[in-house]
Ligand binder design. Structure first.
Ligand code: ARG
Length: 466
């Protein structure tokens, strides 16, 4: 048995039109959620007496068989049935006959597809939580393993002041914690069932949307049927969330690209996370870090796609909204491939401690502190800045660094500065003078690391990711 043709139309859809409008090619991945939603819906139709229990049982059995066929791959969707929903209905008709037609009682594809997307995104959220947690854990472990490592901190990409490597990592962990909170916030808002809205206004059957929502483990139903079928905020929000996450990861990626370059030489990527050049044998390309940076563009692009699709649509459903899927799926696929790779890259990279030390001894990142010492003696900061500027300029000309300066040299170039102060300019001494709890002062960083570890332990995802 095949599906009866819609009597409003004298002909089946033209091939070109079908090819253009069908979504079965990509919404197929919603199938298990579509079946899950149909199971909850038909159970409710039985409970409320909208359709007889016998019919419910037949439909349930048919849906179960479809589930098995999907799992085993013995049945695949057909483009001519347009989308995943029509495919399931068509297969149900083949399996159990005309009673299949009762499944769609009190429901429209408009509330159905919205429900499918909510259920799909709920699982995505659960998986992302685990993936994001892994990234944060990898970063924190790096920080904990390298507690004693000091690196130059930068502004304008100019070596500015020494900081603990762990402090730098904790800055990214702070960003990712905000991403985590935003994800949880989104998950709470996502937990809504649109079913019951029908096409847009509700349905004349005495359905029980609250019970369907509860059966599906969703917190509540939409409050307004028009909003239920026309809302794609939950997908836009997801992609906006993903975009900001990508901003953070892309900045980190850029940082790692720089750090792994010969010019910086702060880190070495593990073999498994770098690739060779096909022509230049000396190279180790930080591929993963580069592509994290590169993938940010497509995530932003997908967000822009859906924002643009939605901005001109009057209520309620329009076919335009079918464009939500490929954009969202692309972001989901991108993150699901990217987050585990980022975690692995962070976990396996190693710090080139000696290189960093040499580097740090050669820059003048203690200059601010030297000026501050003059200030402590009563010199106005601007004047102190000037004195140290003169000293650093001369040191550069003479290819000298703070640690190599002799008393004679200092007397000639900057007589305002007692030579003993030079000993207070080691990176350790400099960071040791930082006094704010948010600063790179080692005792504060140790506290922050402890808090981050506690946080990660407390937030360890326990929900199973399907
Ligand atoms: N394939 C459609 C989508 O993804 C399903 C909803 C279709 N509804 C309709 N009335 N044509 O949005």
């Amino acid at each position: 048995m095949t599906m009866a043709r819609n009597p409003r139309f004298s002909k089946a859809a033209d091939d070109a039109a079908l090819h253009f409008t069908a979504s079965a090619g990509f919404d197929w991945r919603l199938i298990r959620y579509d079946i899950q939603g149909s199971q909850a819906h038909v159970a409710m139709l039985g409970r409320t007496g909208i359709i007889p229990a016998d019919d419910v049982a037949q439909i349930q059995a048919g849906l179960e068989q479809i589930e098995e066929e999907v799992a085993s791959g013995s049945w695949v969707p057909r483009l001519e049935y347009e989308d995943v929903h029509m495919n399931v209905e068509a297969r149900l008709l083949e399996l159990i006959g005309p009673v299949a037609g009762k499944l769609h009682t009190g429901r429209s594809r408009n509330d159905q597809v919205a429900l499918d997307m909510h259920l799909f995104m709920r699982d995505v959220g659960i998986r992302h939580k685990q993936q994001l947690w892994d990234v944060m854990e990898a970063l924190l472990s790096q920080a904990e393993r390298n507690l004693d490592v000091i690196i130059p901190g930068y502004t304008h990409l100019q070596a500015a002041q020494p900081i603990l490597f762990a402090h730098h990592c904790l800055a990214y962990i702070a960003m990712l914690q905000r991403d985590w909170e935003r994800l949880e916030d989104w998950q709470r808002r996502l937990s809504m069932s649109p079913l019951g809205a029908g096409a847009l206004s509700g349905t004349p059957y005495p359905t029980d949307p609250e019970a369907v929502a509860a059966a599906l483990g969703l917190d509540r139903t939409y409050a307004n049927s028009m909003d239920a079928v026309a809302d794609r905020d939950f997908l836009i929000e997801y992609m906006a969330w993903a975009s900001l996450l990508m901003v953070h990861l892309s900045r980190l990626g850029e940082e790692l690209v720089l750090w792994s370059s010969h010019e910086f030489g702060f880190i070495r990527m593990a073999d498994g996370y770098s690739t060779g050049s096909s022509i230049m044998p000396q190279k180790r390309n930080p591929d993963v870090a580069e592509l994290v940076r590169g993938k940010a563009g497509r995530v932003f692009g997908n967000l822009m796609t859906l924002l643009t699709v939605m901005k001109g649509l009057p209520l309620a459903y329009h076919s335009d909204m079918q464009e939500d899927k490929e954009a969202v799926f692309d972001v989901v696929d991108t993150l699901e491939a990217l987050l585990p790779a980022v975690a692995g890259m962070l976990r396996t990279m190693t710090l080139q401690k000696e290189r960093i030390q040499v580097r740090l001894a050669q820059d003048y990142t203690a200059a601010t502190d030297l000026a501050d010492m003059l200030v402590a003696e009563g010199m106005p900061f601007r004047e102190a800045h000037h004195v140290i500027g003169r000293l650093v300029t001369q040191l550069e000309l003479d290819h000298q660094h703070f640690q190599e300066v002799t008393p004679d040299y200092l007397r000639r170039v900057a007589p305002e500065i007692p030579w003993e102060w030079m000993k207070k300019l080691t990176p350790d001494a400099v960071i040791g003078r930082r006094q704010q709890s948010m600063s790179t002062g080692p005792k504060f960083v140790a506290i922050a690391l402890g808090k981050a570890r506690e946080w990660l332990t407390r937030e360890t995802p326990r929900e199973e990711a399907p």
